[in-house]
Ligand binder design. Sequence first.
Ligand SMILES: Cc1cc2nc3c(=O)[nH]c(=O)nc-3n(C[C@H](O)[C@H](O)[C@H](O)COP(=O)(O)OP(=O)(O)OC[C@H]3O[C@@H](n4cnc5c(N)ncnc54)[C@H](O)[C@@H]3O)c2cc1C
Length: 359
Amino acid sequence: MTQTIPQDILDALTDVDMPRLAPEPGFDDKLSLAGHVIPVHRAGAMVVGSGAAGLRAAVELKRRGGDVSIVSQSAWGGTSACSGSDKQTLHTANTADQGDNFKEMARAIRSGGAMDEDTAYIEAVGSVRAMASLQFLGLPLPQDGLGGTLRYQTDHDEVGRATSCGPRTSRLMVKVLAQEALRLGIGFFNQTTAVRILSDGHRVTGFLAIRPKDRSEQNPLGLALFRCEALVLAAGGPGELYRDSVFPNGCFGSLGLALEAGLELVNITESQFGIGTRREGFPWNLSGTYVQVIPHIYSLDDAGQERHFLADYYRSTQELASNVFRKGYQWPFHAARMLDFRSSLVDLAIFRETQKGRR
Ligand SMILES: Cc1cc2nc3c(=O)[nH]c(=O)nc-3n(C[C@H](O)[C@H](O)[C@H](O)COP(=O)(O)OP(=O)(O)OC[C@H]3O[C@@H](n4cnc5c(N)ncnc54)[C@H](O)[C@@H]3O)c2cc1C
């Protein structure tokens, strides 16, 4: 029973109109370097990247009176806008029926063993403000009749800290943050790729970028120089570290820039493993939202024969169905959840099917 989902239904699930950018700010100056004439922009702070992280950083800096501009390889083109995040984790103190506390939440966030306690605590206490401000900006999170955010359980979560407005949640987050950045008049240099971070040996002083649209005889590489006192590198992505990845093609990340500039890596050992679909194969990743409508999971052999292989791994249809459902909020693979016929057995089963050459 293979069905093709009509494109308009897929589009309706994932398409969100994004705001139009304001005209680009002009450059302040020009610099002659090795025979090239390069435009120069100066700002107190520069943000590289316009995903949810970069936009949030720029908005918060601007609200505090900072002189900030954004540079992005591709506006609305990163992971937040194109692939990830159908659910967000939040502290639940503002809702009834299940209590929460910041320390417990921080413990859950760092339970993978790859994050400092204070970083996790900052994330926990900050979640209240971050989520509330997204709602204030218009993120349509589901609410109960009294205004409490509707929630469900997510990974390592005892009290139900996840909320979602469907597989478009992070794209909607980018949309409301982008609207706010535009409203605040934050300068935005699009199609501008940072290629080298500059420092005086102790502090970052700016970065060089490439702007293909600015190539000219005087500036054949389309270089631009951004001078700043503070740099927020919010370039996302795993930096092409993995062969198999659910990041859409084109979401490269720019970790390497920071390493070249001498940054030391801390708290960067965490990775997620789990089944997923590539952006070009299906218009969203393995989204919890999809899994919670209990999809039909099967493999195809070379002859196009369907196999309901999960039936070989679970003892009853009910056990199979409830574990497929659970996969929605227990998305990452967890070794302990392979035991006792739990949800990570789905990952193992899919891995073994693909090893046998089936799709
Ligand atoms: C399949 C999948 C599912 C996920 N599910 C969830 C989930 O359910 N919940 C959750 O919380 N998280 C989830 N995540 C993680 C989450 O989506 C990401 O952590 C988050 O979107 C990253 O946001 P960001 O702003 O850091 O990066 P991005 O959104 O990737 O933005 C990076 C920005 O930097 C720009 N850029 C990159 N390099 C340069 C450069 N050299 N110069 C200029 N600009 C540059 C890009 O164009 C882009 O604008 C998921 C991720 C994936 C891939």
